[in-house]
Design a protein around this ligand. Structure first.
Ligand code: C5P
Length: 241
C-alpha cells in the first residue's frame, strides 16, 4: 500500500493543453496529452490527498476521486487555479499547486464571433494578431508573496526544454527555476518524440534551494511520485488549515 503521506492535504494539479479561440470552431492549441497531469492527480489521490484537478484539453480520463474543474482557455485556467489555490468559502486553500498544464503563451487578440471565411474574390489569407497570456505560475508566486495564497503553499512548475547553443537542457532549467520563483521546477527534454503524448518521461526535479534529483526514464506515475516526494519534504508538518 502506498504511503498516505498526503492525507489531510489539498493539492491542485493543472493538466492538459489550453485552447485559444480564433473563431467559434477554430483554436490555437498544443500537443499536451494531459498524461503527466493525470498521473500526478492519481498518485496524490493514492497518497491520501484531496485533489482539485484543473483540466484543460486532455487525451486521458480524469482520475476517479478528483474534484475536476474543466477549463479551456489560459484565462479560465488561471482563474480556476488561483481560486482553488487561495480557497473559497468553506474550501481550504492548497498545500501545493503543481502546474503540469501546457498553457498557451499567446491568444488571438480578437477572436471572430463568426466563422472566418475564405475570400471569394482572391487568394488572401487573414493575419491573426496575438496578445500575451498571463503566466499562471508567476501569478501564483505573486499571489503568495501578497498573501492571497498561503505562504506555506508549495508551488511547482514544469518546463519543457530543448538544449541549444546557449546552454544544455539542465542549464536552461536551472536558470528558469530561479526566474520563475517556484519552489520546484520539473524539467524535461522535449523534441525528437520525447515527453509529449508518451507514457514515459525523463526529468530533473530542481529545487529553488539548489537540490536536484534526476528521475527516469520512467512511467509518468513514477515521475509523479518523485514530484510528490519533493513536495512532501517542503510541506510544513502542521497543516495550516
Ligand atoms: O516558461 P515556461 O512556459 O517554460 O514555463 C512552464 C511552466 O509555466 C509550466 O509549469 C506551465 O504550466 C507554466 N505556465 C503558466 N502560464 C503560462 C505559461 C506557462 O503557468 N502562460
Amino acid at each position: 500500500a502506498p504511503a498516505r503521506d498526503l492525507a489531510g492535504r489539498h493539492v491542485v494539479v493543472s493538466s492538459g493543453g489550453t485552447r485559444e479561440p480564433l473563431d467559434p470552431v477554430r483554436f490555437l492549441g498544443n500537443a499536451s496529452s494531459g498524461r503527466q497531469g493525470a498521473a500526478l492527480a492519481a498518485r496524490a489521490l493514492a497518497r491520501g490527498a484531496r485533489v482539485t484537478y484543473v483540466r484543460a484539453h486532455t487525451e486521458v480520463p480524469d482520475p476517479a476521486g478528483a474534484h475536476v474543474v474543466p477549463v479551456s482557455t489560459a484565462l479560465q485556467l488561471r482563474d480556476a487555479v488561483l481560486t482553488a489555490a487561495a480557497g473559497q468559502g468553506a474550501q481550504t486553500g492548497a498545500d501545493a499547486v503543481v502546474m503540469a498544464a501546457a498553457v498557451a503563451d499567446f491568444r488571438p487578440a480578437a477572436p471572430s464571433e463568426t466563422k472566418i471565411k475564405k475570400s471569394e474574390a482572391d487568394e488572401s489569407a487573414p493575419v491573426v494578431e496575438l496578445v500575451r497570456n498571463p503566466d499562471v505560475l508567476a501569478g501564483l508566486v505573486e499571489a503568495r508573496r501578497e498573501g492571497r495564497v498561503a505562504s506555506t503553499t508549495v508551488l511547482v512548475g514544469f518546463a519543457a526544454e530543448t538544449g541549444d547553443a546557449t546552454g544544455s537542457v539542465l542549464e536552461h532549467g536551472r536558470l528558469k527555476a530561479v526566474r520563475k520563483g517556484a519552489d520546484l521546477l520539473v524539467v524535461n527534454e522535449v523534441g525528437g518524440g520525447r515527453a509529449f503524448g508518451t507514457a514515459d518521461n525523463t526529468v530533473v526535479i530542481i529545487g529553488a534551494d539548489g537540490t536536484e534529483r534526476a528521475v527516469g526514464p520512467a512511467p509518468k506515475e513514477s515521475i509523479a511520485d518523485a514530484v510528490w516526494d519533493a513536495v512532501v519534504m517542503r510541506v510544513p508538518a502542521e497543516n495550516p488549515g
